[in-house]
Design a protein around this ligand. Structure first.
Ligand code: CP3
Length: 346
């Protein structure tokens, strides 16, 4: 099947479909016993990301088990800082740790955007494997973190509740902060270009911490770098389908993002009011989301009623059914099946 005929691409092109295509953020993850088994075989999370055979296997697991309408490359947004020369490791039960970038000397130790590909070549191999092994009607989504979100981890050296260290650098050494944003932007263009060359059919930009930027900083550090990435990719691939996720942004921030970045799809969090999104976003872009991911832990009648409410709310325009954020390790795979059945039975 040609890429443009696959359901996800049809929705991203603006078509209103009788049943929305479905996939889930973090669909390959710790809620699946088969994922845990493959991860144990790899040793740790990063070894899994850099092992093309095993990364291909975990990407395929949720497709086999549930028949999702899209696969997402198994990797992580923090591989880009690592390829730029930052140290990266994961502390079990806590999350990522990186060497920090807060001074000109730290920045000078980073490599250039063109030199990331040697480290990232196993990821491109995973994409080539997936294009060989995915079912003919299932498109492959590639992805990267957006510059602001990646910068928050590079500056703090870990996840932070309020992105305080990144805000402090933005204020105290704006020039250095902007050099870092520019470097990540350029590396992201390089990385996503290689993903598309290798076979990614859609790309998604995760700006998980967009919600902590205010009006001006949101325009400068969320919208502007994203618009640059989109326009540089479209110079080479004018029809490339792109999804953006400025998680936690204010509703009018979402609308501005859609308008100025020219993404085809907008992923919305669980906090966004569906009726507002239908009226203010869906006329311009395909909307993806916004089921509360905790319902996949809770299950029961509310899972089914909320799933159906969202399907119905967005049924008059282009929609991709998804969660508001990634599925959590304590979710029950049987609830995922119930959710999919509730979407597909209408
Ligand atoms: O969605 C998918 O199935 C594709 C793979 C994917 C992962 N991370 C795998 C992963 C994607 C698209 C990401 C994106 C990502 N990574 C984001 C943006 C989306 C979001 O969640 O807001 C961010 C901020 C990261 C950074 C990151 N990676 C953190 C903070 C953590 C630790 C938290 C956690 O959930 O454990 C990770 C680890 C991670 N990335 C796991 C997976 C499956 C869990 C690793 C494990 O097996 O222990």
């Amino acid at each position: 099947m040609k890429t443009e005929d696959k359901l996800l691409l049809r929705a991203l092109r603006g078509e209103t479909l009788p049943v929305p295509p479905i996939w889930m953020m973090r669909q390959a993850g710790r809620y699946l016993p088969e994922y845990k088994a493959t991860r144990a075989q790899a040793g740790d999370f990063l070894s899994l990301c850099y092992n093309p055979d095993l990364a291909t296997e975990v990407t395929l697991q949720p497709i086999r088990r549930f028949g999702f309408d899209a696969a997402i490359l198994f990797a992580d947004i923090l591989l880009v800082p690592q390829a730029l020369g930052a140290d990266l490791w994961f502390v079990t039960g806590e999350g990522p740790r990186l060497s920090t970038v807060t001074t000109p000397a730290d920045f000078a130790k980073l490599g250039s955007a063109k030199d990331i590909h040697e480290t990232l070549s196993p990821i491109y191999q995973t994409i080539r494997n997936l294009r060989e092994s995915l079912p003919a009607d299932v498109p492959l989504i590639g992805f990267a973190g957006s510059p602001w979100t990646v910068a928050t981890y590079m500056i703090a050296g870990q996840g932070t509740p309020d992105q305080g260290p990144a805000h402090a650098l933005m204020k105290e050494n704006t020039a250095l902060f902007e050099k870092l944003i520019d470097l990540i932007t350029e590396a992201t263009i390089q990385y996503l270009s290689k993903q598309v060359e290798a076979g990614a059919e859609v790309v998604k930009l995760f700006d998980s911490w967009a919600g902590s930027l205010d009006g001006l900083s949101y325009a400068k550090y969320c919208i502007r770098p994203t618009a640059k990435i989109v326009s540089r990719l479209r110079e080479r691939w004018p029809d490339l389908a792109i999804i953006g996720f400025p998680r936690g942004a204010a509703p009018d921030g979402y609308a501005a993002y859609a308008k100025h970045t020219e993404v085809d799809g907008l992923a919305i969090g669980g906090e966004m009011d569906a009726a507002w999104a239908v009226e203010n976003l869906q006329p311009f872009v395909c909307v993806q989301g916004n089921l509360d991911q905790t319902l996949l832990v809770e299950g029961g009648p509310r899972l089914v009623s909320e799933t159906k409410r969202i399907v119905k709310a967005f049924s008059g325009g282009p929609h991709i059914f998804n969660l508001g954020h990634g599925i959590t390790p304590d979710a029950d795979p049987d609830n995922v099946k119930r959710m999919i059945d509730a979407v597909r039975e209408g």
